[in-house]
Design a protein around this ligand. Sequence first.
Ligand code: IPE
Ligand code: IPE
Ligand code: MG
Length: 256
Amino acid sequence: MEPTPAHTDALRSRIDPARVPNHVAIIMDGNGRWAEQHGEPRIMGHASGVRSVREALTGATEIGVRWITLYAFSTENWNRPRPEVEALMDLLVKTVVNEIDELHDNSVRLNAIGDLDSLPPACRKTLEDAMARTAGNSRITLTLALSYSARWEIVRMARAIAEEARAGGLDPAAIDEGTVAAHLATREMPDPELLIRTSGEQRISNFLLWQIAYAELWFTPVLWPDFRKEHLYQAVVDYQGRERRFGKTSQQVGTT
Ligand code: IPE
Ligand code: IPE
Ligand code: MG
């Protein structure tokens, strides 16, 4: 069921512009189930999810979100049947090629995190070209997590810090949270305040474990290809209704 524009506008008007999350992360899940429900092959679910990416991106841009990070392909997703993996990589290339002009025109900076060396060369090249072209854009940063997992990232961080310590450039006693954050793939990004997962699953599936330490989690049964701006706005309205205490008491944070 398509949301009506009036409903989407009504939700948007409930958002307090002063408290919009700076960074929204999304686990885009449910493409396979969507395809199954429509009697289509799984790849059609992935292809139909491209529209939802556009909706999430434009919706986020319109309310002033500055960073949006999408979990597009996990380290574990390499274990899917080969034809599905290949189709996903093809879809990624086609989508970036089709969308890059519009992204650039809208001042979107494209970014990617993950083990990009493991991607097929054509895929990596397309991404690198798109990232280079949009590097100077500043309205919103769209980060695709590709061949990404948080444990991969944490292992890599530990190795990099150990190497620096061994080379004598870093005193182990001086390692703090800032050191760790500075060695993660997300080093230039603020932590997400809001994490959305579609498809009804309530798990993190190896996404941004360090960075979501204090994120608000929002789960919806909506399957990713059905995700529209109104769902993003609903998530932001719910987020704004929550009290983020960061370990303090309700009285301390001032809204009882
Ligand atoms: C998410 O949808 C897309 C990727 C993980 C690449 P799924 O493909 O996981 O869809 P379901 O969970 O099987 O429905
Ligand atoms: C998480 O979805 C990865 C992405 C959305 C890219 P999965 O469908 O792979 O996660 P699990 O297997 O249900 O945990
Ligand atoms: Mg899934």
